[in-house]
Design a binder for this molecule. Sequence first.
Ligand SMILES: [Cu+2]
Length: 128
Amino acid sequence: MFMENSVMSLRHRFASTVVGVACALASVAASAHAILIDSTPKPNGTLSAGHVQMMFKYNSKIDQHRSRITLIGPDKREKVLAIATDSKSNELDTTADLTPGTYTLRWQALALDGHITRGDLPFTVVGK
Ligand SMILES: [Cu+2]
């Protein structure tokens, strides 16, 4: 019984790997991976200082509870931003109070096919 379970789990692992490879190959044409298609701010864009709304929009639904956004500030410290629970199913929405300086938003999105995509989005905050 125990051995049978081990074989089962090995088979399952093998099957998962095959699915992963197939998805990677398929992604050349069309993909279920979460690809960033729009954002606020835009990459290398500018925002006004204050209470700032930020948004990442993807080409597919994402698992918002297991996706992640961090903000790296002018002091190079990285802090986790809370993702709004009422974000659209293909978006990650967040807010922060920002002073002028250079920042990077680091996002990590889990697509429903179980694959994680990530990226860095540098931007600048200017005084009002
Ligand atoms: Cu995938």
